[in-house]
Design a protein around this ligand. Structure first.
Ligand SMILES: N[C@@H](CCC(=O)N[C@@H](CS)C(=O)NCC(=O)O)C(=O)O
Length: 88
């Protein structure tokens, strides 16, 4: 739904192989995952503060009750996206 709040955000670096693995899954697909490059220091700070470490890729999931889930590990992120049908 256009204009609805972000529910998922992927923190990534352009130079990271593991991030490319996840980004390849999103390429040419309809998805509503916000992409947050940690080259932007604001995004990097969010990742470290919220997730606890600066490792990328990391998928942030905003739940309806305002809690946040930070999913690290490229394989776990891909599994999460598939299981929760985030890829159209
Ligand atoms: N096993 C992890 C490896 C991720 C990884 O090694 N990421 C590197 C960049 S390619 C990283 O963020 N290193 C910095 C850190 O761990 O703080 C995955 O599959 O996602």
């Amino acid at each position: 739904m256009p204009g609805s709040p972000v529910q998922h955000a992927l923190y990534f670096s352009r130079y990271c192989y593991f991030c490319q693995k996840v980004l390849m899954k999103l390429r040419n697909r309809d998805h509503r995952i916000a992409l947050r490059d940690i080259a932007d220091h604001v995004h990097r700070a969010e990742l470290i503060e919220g997730g606890g470490k600066g490792q990328v890729p990391c998928l942030l999931v905003y739940s309806a009750d305002q809690s946040q889930l930070w999913v690290y590990e490229s394989d776990d992120i891909i599994k999460y996206m598939e299981q929760h049908r985030l890829l159209a």
